[in-house]
Design a binder for this molecule. Sequence first.
Ligand code: EPU
Length: 421
Amino acid sequence: MDRILVNGNGPLKGVTHASGAKNAALPILAASLLADGEHTFRNVPELVDVRTMLRLLAQMGCEAERLEGKKKHVCQVKVGGALTPEAPYELVKTMRASVLVLGPLVARYGRARVSLPGGCAIGARPIDQHLKGLKALGAEIELAEGYVEARAKQLKGAVVAFDLVTVTGTENLMMAAALAKGRTVLENAAREPEVEELAKVLNKMGARITGAGSSEITIEGVPGLHPVDHAIIPDRIETGTLLVAAAITGGEVLVQNAVPEHLEALLLKLRETGCRIEARDGGLWVKGPAKLSPVNIKTLEHPGFPTDMQAQLMALMTVAEGTSIISEHIFENRFMHVAELRRMGADISVEGPTAVVKGVKGLSGAPVMATDLRASASLIVAGLRAEGRTEVSRVYHLDRGYERLEKKLRALGADIRRVKG
Ligand code: EPU
């Protein structure tokens, strides 16, 4: 298993760029199931999760591949002919987002058999809202042998009021409703930029969706969709991680093709810590302060502070001058990085959903273990500031969602490398 070795060596400097967004690419790839023909997706990040989604599509009977060489960020998905509408446990257990094929399959093929995802490191993460929504659209749902079986001859538009805000739940329902008969209204919908992006792609395919990006989305069902050619938006969480990496080292970095409007809550907090941030040259420029001020954050649904940046911001606050309060309101168990950051000398105590981070003078390098995707990023961020060597193991978590993060950081001057095996 690969490990990442980081030696804290001072300020990062230079220009980097944001890759395509993982959490936009996954639902968009799943959406290709809604139309026969050849779909082309551009700016698709090279990630393990994307590979898993391509494997899932291929296993169902589509031709799904990433091109090579200079075109390695292009994926093509050919849909048509016989298809097995099933997402097996072996794939779903490695990637929960596999559940995104449920909506398209039942809408287009009249049935779907998708393994129920189990709990994961950051929380229980049930899919009851996805199922409630599909039932409202007329699907019959059965749970058997660890699988969800959904059937419907023709889905019918309905009002779906989510009991809580769910990103992939909103996406699943939007995809299902695109081919339903009549109008669907999704109330209490997720407002994440990735939801808006999926709606844009579906509309390009011929769907009639309005309101995406707000909490009420209206979908007028259409009888059929056509294939699409689309370039994926930049990854706001990768961008945020790079900004925090620059900030913790007191560095100065430009992240090209970042979208400031997708990151407002984070930028606000980074400015409070003392960072200077400007929209420049089609990207975001950050300069970290000599002394970081503490900030309090509460993770919330978009446009609130993203849970996917909580671990990285906590790493930053471990070396702020004062105490920060960080509350996690989206997932019940997303503090697994705390124990690892403590091993590096951080002073953090946790009570329920709240972490109290008392800034320390310095961190020291240590062997640490990544427990999930964003936790691994936070440990690398901390390692950039720590005295001595930090060795992050289980970096397969990192590879699920960051495109060669260590290469990007090394190009900015970090002393970081991957050790194979
Ligand atoms: N929830 C339910 N029932 C449901 C659906 C969700 O109780 O039917 C709960 C979850 O357990 C959680 C909360 O609602 O406590 C929010 O979950 P949500 O469904 O919004 O999360 P998700 O769609 O499974 C996506 C991202 C996550 C990101 C969350 C929150 C994708 C593929 N994944 O997950 O990304 O943390 O939204 O913003 O879009 C990551 O990239 O590291 C990652 C975990």
